[in-house]
Design a protein around this ligand. Structure first.
Ligand code: TYM
Length: 361
């Protein structure tokens, strides 16, 4: 079984169940878009909207279509070129191979393996605790089989396109490891079926500063910034009013040490703000730390971060208002055709391997 080798693939997706926040932006979107702008031609860039993943936790289904389009507009505003041959922008559910391969790989995945996924444990815990969400919103908060096995769907998202590089935030590292595990397992059982994505350490090297990040919630820096959170005081969305975002920075939880240091364990709040500033200014964290180290006036420092975030959002939102829906739909159409070709070729290899299709079809 030959794997068709063309350009190496860089791939990522961001769930479309809410506005994206600066954690999503710096953790996954920016590293991907920088690659698209600098290295398309050398690499194939697959940026997709994992719409099937959107309802692993409860959502308002009437809004999903708008949210999918809004996400694509966010990618465009962040600088994703829409008309380059080597850059694909597609919706996952428009490529049925994702669902089909998921079923096959489900049957080679251990129940125990999925139960150990920390994100499942955290999210199912939140849902269990979510009675008040159910009461407030009428949403069904039961823990679903979809939430349980979505790492298999995510593995298929990656393996169908032979993707080697996958920029994700730190919270998705375990899922990426699982994609490597299941690919290796299938390959040892059936021969060369899938391209195994690179190990996480190699991904970090490749993407540099933006990879493996975990931006923390501003109000509670012991947890990551998350769009499925019930309160948004600690989350800066890309569509937040710049003044509101600045206020969120000004009221971020810090500590009483009165000394600025980059120490995520002892001083998670102030360290998170240093990290955010480093990302906003595209400077290494040590340079930012050196500039502010030992400073006692948290308020002055916060003001600098707040001004920087409000400038960033103002520019971003100007580009967002200019992004063109027609160009996005044209990119979907072109990309979904190409994505189906690649994904169907991989699916066929898997179907042949497990005996669902004759070998020389
Ligand atoms: P999702 O939609 O929860 O998050 C999208 C991306 O944003 C990163 N991220 C963060 N990075 C830094 N700090 C944070 N606070 C933060 N919060 C989120 C996530 O790590 C992710 O990279 N299952 C995925 C989507 C997905 C995917 C894929 C990704 C589906 N199939 C295939 C890559 C390849 C998810 O739910 O991400």
């Amino acid at each position: 079984m030959d794997i068709v080798m063309s350009k190496p693939v860089i791939l990522t997706g961001l769930r479309a169940n809410n506005d994206l926040h600066i954690g999503n932006y710096f953790g996954a979107m920016l590293p991907m878009i920088e690659m698209a702008r600098q290295r398309a031609g050398e690499f194939q860039i697959n940026m997709f909207i994992p719409d099937l993943h959107s309802f692993t936790t409860p959502i308002d289904h009437d809004q999903l279509q708008d949210q999918i389009l809004n996400n694509a507009r966010l990618y465009a505003a962040a600088g994703l070129p829409l008309d380059h041959d080597d850059i694909l922008l597609y919706r996952q559910s428009y490529v049925p191979a994702h669902s089909e391969l998921t079923w096959i790989l489900d049957c080679f995945t251990g129940f125990g393996e999925m139960s150990r996924m920390t994100q499942f444990k955290d999210k199912s815990q939140n849902l269990h605790l979510g009675d008040y969400i159910r009461e407030k919103t009428g949403l069904d908060t039961r823990v679903t089989v979809g939430l349980f096995n979505y790492p298999v769907l995510m593995a298929c998202d990656i393996l169908l396109y032979d993707a080697q590089y996958v920029p994700v935030g730190d919270d998705q590292t375990q899922h990426l490891e699982f994609a490597r595990d299941i690919a290796g397992r299938m390959n040892s059982k059936f021969g060369d079926l899938f391209t195994v994505p690179h190990a996480v350490s190699k991904q970090h090297e490749f993407f540099g500063k933006g990879q493996g990040l975990r931006i923390k919630d501003l109000a509670d820096p012991s947890k990551k910034m998350s769009k499925s959170d019930d309160s948004d005081k600690g989350v800066i969305f890309l569509t937040d009013d710049p003044q509101v975002a600045a206020k969120k920075i000004m009221s971020a939880t810090t500590d009483d040490k009165a000394s600025i240091n980059y120490n995520p364990i002892e001083q998670p709040g102030i360290s998170n703000l240093l990290q955010v500033l480093a990302l906003l200014r595209s400077q290494p964290i040590d340079q930012i730390e050196a500039e502010f180290k030992g400073g006692q006036h948290y308020g002055d420092f916060k003001r600098i971060v707040a001004d920087e975030i409000s400038r960033f959002l103002t520019d971003f939102q100007t580009r967002l208002s200019e992004s063109d829906n027609q160009a996005i739909y044209a990119a979907f159409k072109r990309s979904e055709e190409r994505a189906n070709e690649h994904a169907n070729a991989t699916l066929l290899r898997a179907q042949q391997a497990v005996g669902l299709r004759p070998k020389e079809a």
